[in-house]
Ligand binder design. Sequence first.
Ligand SMILES: *[C@@H]1O[C@H](CO)[C@@H](O)[C@H](O)[C@H]1NC(C)=O
Ligand SMILES: *[C@@H]1O[C@H](CO)[C@@H](O)[C@H](O)[C@H]1NC(C)=O
Ligand SMILES: *[C@@H]1O[C@H](CO)[C@@H](O)[C@H](O)[C@H]1NC(C)=O
Ligand SMILES: *[C@@H]1O[C@H](CO)[C@@H](O)[C@H](O)[C@H]1NC(C)=O
Ligand SMILES: *[C@@H]1O[C@H](CO)[C@@H](O)[C@H](O)[C@H]1NC(C)=O
Length: 318
Amino acid sequence: MHTFLLMVVWAILSGARSDTQQADVETLMDNVVVLRVPSFTGSMVHVPLTCGEAFQNEPVFWKKNGQELNPPLQGNQVQVLVEEMKGGNYTCHLSPSGEYLNHTMILIQLNPDNRTVILENREGGHIHCSAPNYTGFFHCSWKRTALRSDASVVLVKAERFTEDIPCELDADASGVRCQDAHCPYKEEQHRISFTVYIRSHARLETYTKSFYLREIVRPSKLPNLHISDGKVFSWDYPDTWEKPCSFFGLQFEVKLVHSGHPCNSDNQIINITTDTTKYEVGVKTKKYVFCVRAQDKFTRGPWSHWSQCTVNKHNVAC
Ligand SMILES: *[C@@H]1O[C@H](CO)[C@@H](O)[C@H](O)[C@H]1NC(C)=O
Ligand SMILES: *[C@@H]1O[C@H](CO)[C@@H](O)[C@H](O)[C@H]1NC(C)=O
Ligand SMILES: *[C@@H]1O[C@H](CO)[C@@H](O)[C@H](O)[C@H]1NC(C)=O
Ligand SMILES: *[C@@H]1O[C@H](CO)[C@@H](O)[C@H](O)[C@H]1NC(C)=O
Ligand SMILES: *[C@@H]1O[C@H](CO)[C@@H](O)[C@H](O)[C@H]1NC(C)=O
């Protein structure tokens, strides 16, 4: 009696366990299927493939990554067994050497997808997004790790609440430019959610970042920095910044550092914040570096890169 009960309990438990180990199979987009597996080692998943309704009555033959399968795989609707990471591009043809009809790319993703290897983690994130103003344009970028330089972008998705935001991949596939067309001047209630699906061979990883535009608006480097009367530095608002300036004010950090030091050095002579686009230097030292950068005065978002002039007595190089 006890043994019987134990066997029932064991059967239920092991049944439950093999259920949770089942991969889920999802269509990511046309011709791309994703298997989500708990671990890349030891997984074995049957994946149904269909060549297409149009080929219902045709003698359909399948290939994987351009190679015939052994034993041969025939039929419009088939199942393939995908072991571990051995996904790939399954193409269907009219005969073993015949016309290409259709294809399905099978990609494998870890679930949870927390052991990523394709993109580098730079400055605390895999994806970096930035915008030069509030017009709704933004740019996101990433860097492939040295071992995965072959990785290619499968899909990019950007959305705010329920609205899709159109994006275009950069030529080097290391970034995208997106344009949010909806009410760029309205107060933002929802974050933008940005996801890139990237694969290296059959391994798929997804990376997501979510943000408000106001968190990523970084003014461009300040242009036209110059000196007049030997002591008054002035500069302009960036061309890409909103006009009129009074509605979208910038504040500036002005810093003098000892010559030979970079602008972000702590070795400073002066460090002040101002709203005006000029600054009169009143220090005795004749050798220093004048640095200035900008930030949105109201959101206190990211700082621009530094603009600088090197002063060596009467020589000023900006
Ligand atoms: C090719 O396959 C895709 C899905 O993998 C399917 O949506 C499409 O209808 C197929 N094409 C034809 C012509 O049947
Ligand atoms: C899969 O193979 C088809 C047919 O050769 C090709 O058009 C498609 O680009 C391939 N897909 C990928 C992701 O390599
Ligand atoms: C990934 O998630 C699993 C399950 O939540 C956890 O056991 C594992 O430690 C995580 N791995 C890393 C590298 O965070
Ligand atoms: C905002 O930045 C975009 C992208 O650099 C630029 O094309 C656009 O002209 C800028 N808007 C304004 C008002 O300058
Ligand atoms: C310089 O001034 C800025 C803005 O006022 C401040 O945030 C920063 O901490 C200061 N830096 C140093 C090194 O004192």
